[in-house]
Design a protein around this ligand. Structure first.
Ligand SMILES: Nc1ncnc2c1ncn2[C@@H]1O[C@H](COP(=O)(O)OP(=O)(O)OP(=O)(O)O)[C@@H](O)[C@H]1O
Ligand SMILES: [Mg+2]
Length: 621
């Protein structure tokens, strides 16, 4: 598979429906949580069931106050209380008993709610944790081609914020939605048979609600997506400006960057305000629908009280029940709104998870168990970056085991690109790269990369100690091995001059070190890896003459018996290699030993002459 073939099923244009994408994310994350989720949901239903009892004490209190009618069990309970507390007797005693019952119901319901809420939120947060780790791991498996086309800020936002979608789906969608539906069904079963009018009103309000929610689903999801995209751009802007703060300050562009940031933040604000307006207006419409339903119930019940078919307490009971019936409906409306919002985050998470790791291992990929011999061949290789024009054309190179090849040529010729094909950062668009006679695509990626040590053109260090940075290529190395690698790379002297030596923390991206020092740590890493194949992309850049000489001597020791590709603009640093390939505009224009090429009247001779004749740009072709 080539870099250009990397595809995503998470097509940005075809927006799946909120319910589909949220359901899919839920399905992907629920594994291992069903038990706790079921317990939490069961407790939540129990709490809701308790609250269904609340209108009854209210009904009896109103009837005692207005008509003096007391149910016999209330009378009996009040008599018992009167025996214990003599001051509380008669109607006051009955009302006290009913108030105490009301309080008890509320207390039990509250206790159950605390427990169930904690259980369910814990499940939601654990799912966020797992999803984050999964998205992060997946991002690491995607090719440089993907990361070239995506900003770090956007990927960060997806890992840290978009993954919260699963908590919203679970805690604000699934659980309240399920609870609401069960409650609705429960109340309907118990009461609506007796009170047809409640059923009719609830049904009418429910239908209007569904129609309304469907109407606002699309704009809500669209706006939520725009909010997420813009929020992600805000974090990208901040990340890029702060990451390049020295350049910003050196060119005095702080105001320009502040304006750019403000423009991006304003764009985000615009969509956020629109979304809030839509959601608030939506809530108001839902409120008006419920008010209409309540008014209808009051009117219909009052009519029956006037005609003597119902008691005044029944008005309170009916209003209490219609409020209970509307609560799950309201909860369903909120569920729909939360799902529409969370769908945007879920979709952005799937845009990552749906990308196939590239390059991936084929079904028959072979594991390299022993160290490779180290025979490398580029056979008729062409390459284009996914977004660009062709960069390499018909590259044919053989690098037998234990030999060294230098790649030289003008800037932009394709040298870094060519060596990037070997560890499969990209795959060729045509042709093959072979290791020990086997197409590297037929080897397990991890085992292929284990054979190669790379010193990249831009050394990357992490915010850990110097020792840990060197050991990044070989986490099992002991301190003696780390020191030996640092010594070989000419780094030990400056490391030992630091107050904490190998334990010095070097700050984010190695900012506490000079360019040359970073380069030497990167080299020490390659020394420590002890791989059969070594790729050095301008390893002597940024070094003074003495350090360069020491390093070249060390490199020659390192290269002994291994297959090495070394890229350099400083031609004198590669004169000793077995073969020099001159790359120009993506083609190999010359290939041979230094002595042959200097005589050959080609590009190499020209470059060499520029250097030896003291051209102002000598050494930097
Ligand atoms: N990630 C990328 N996406 C698209 N095009 C790229 C990418 N990286 C490099 N290129 C293009 O590929 C061509 C070769 O780049 P490459 O980095 O391989 O050159 P190079 O020979 O290593 O140059 P230098 O000596 O300056 O390091 C250039 O034209 C460059 O613009
Ligand atoms: Mg390069």
């Amino acid at each position: 598979m080539t870099a250009a073939e990397e595809t995503s099923n998470g097509n940005k244009k075809a927006r799946p429906r909120a319910l589909v994408v949220t359901g899919r994310l839920l399905g992907a994350c629920m594994q291992g949580h069903w038990g706790t989720a079921a317990l939490g949901a069961g407790l939540m239903l129990l709490g809701t069931g308790m609250s269904l009892l609340q209108p009854w004490p209210m009904k009896y209190i109103v009837n005692i106050v207005s008509t003096g009618h007391v149910p016999s069990f209330v009378h009996a309970a009040a008599r018992e209380v009167g025996i214990i507390i003599p001051a509380v007797h008669g109607p006051l005693g009955e009302i006290t008993v009913l108030c105490a019952a009301l309080l008890l119901i509320s207390l039990i319901a509250a206790g159950i709610t605390v427990l169930s809420t904690w259980l369910l939120i814990a499940v939601g947060l654990r799912m966020v944790f797992r999803l984050r780790c999964r998205v992060f791991e997946h991002l690491q498996s995607l090719s440089p081609a993907f990361h070239d086309s995506t900003t770090v800020g956007d990927s960060l936002y997806r890992v840290t914020w978009d993954t919260y979608a699963i908590q919203a789906i679970f805690n604000e969608g699934l659980i309240p939605g399920l609870t609401a539906m069960v409650t609705l069904a429960g109340i309907a079963a118990v009461m609506i048979g007796q009170q047809w009018m409640l059923g009719a009103v609830t049904f009418a309000v429910g239908v209007l609600l569904v129609l309304f929610l469907r109407r606002i689903e699309k704009p809500t999801t669209e706006l939520s997506l725009r909010v997420h995209e813009n929020e992600s751009s805000v974090s990208t802007r901040a990340e890029q400006t702060l990451g390049g703060i020295r350049t910003v300050q050196a060119f005095g562009r702080e105001k320009h960057e502040a304006d750019r940031f403000a423009r991006q933040a304003a764009e985000s604000l615009k969509f956020n305000l629109r979304l809030t307006l839509l959601q608030t207006a939506g809530q108001s419409v839902v409120g008006v629908l419920f008010a209409l339903g309540t008014v209808a119930v009051i009117w219909l019940t009052a009519r029956q009280v006037i005609s003597g078919r119902l008691s005044p307490g029944d008005v309170v009971l009916m209003v209490g029940y219609i409020a209970l019936l509307f609560k799950p409906l309201e909860s369903l409306a909120q569920t729909a709104s939360s799902l529409q919002g969370a769908a945007a985050g879920a979709q952005r998470v799937f845009e990552i998870l749906d990308r196939r790791p590239n390059p991936g291992d084929g079904p028959n990929a072979r594991q390299l168990t022993a160290p490779a011999v180290g025979d490398i061949e580029f056979r008729q290789v062409d390459f284009s970056y996914p977004t660009g024009r062709p960069v390499l054309h018909d590259i044919n190179l053989k690098i037998p085991t234990g030999t060294s090849l230098a790649l030289v040529g003008p800037s932009g010729a394709g040298k870094t690109t060519l060596v990037g094909l070997l560890p499969r950062f990209y795959d060729p668009t045509a042709g093959q790269v072979l290791l020990d006679g086997a197409d590297i695509r037929s080897l397990k990626l991890e085992s292929l990369r284990r054979q190669i040590a790379i010193v990249p053109q831009d050394p990357v260090l992490f915010d850990v100690t110097i020792g840990e940075n060197i050991a990044y290529s070989n986490p099992h190395a002991d301190m003696d091995e780390i020191r030996a690698a640092a010594k070989a790379a000419g780094a030990l002297d400056f490391i030992e001059r630091l107050p904490r030596g190998m334990d010095t923390s070097i700050g984010e991206r190695g900012v506490m070190l000079s360019g040359g020092q970073r380069q030497r740590l990167s080299l020490a890493r390659a020394f420590l890896k002890d791989a059969q194949i070594i790729i050095l992309d301008e390893p002597t850049t940024g070094l003074d003459a003495q350090t360069e000489a020491d390093l070249l001597a060390a490199l020659r020791r390192l290269m002994f018996g291994r297959t090495t590709i070394i890229i350099s603009h400083q031609l004198h640093t590669v004169e000793f290699v077995d073969c020099i390939a001159v790359l120009d505009q993506g083609r190999i224009v010359e290939c041979g030993r230094h002595e042959e090429l200097v005589e050959s009247h080609g590009l190499y001779q020209k470059l060499h002459r520029l250097r030896t004749q003291g051209h102002p740009f000598s050494g930097a072709v």
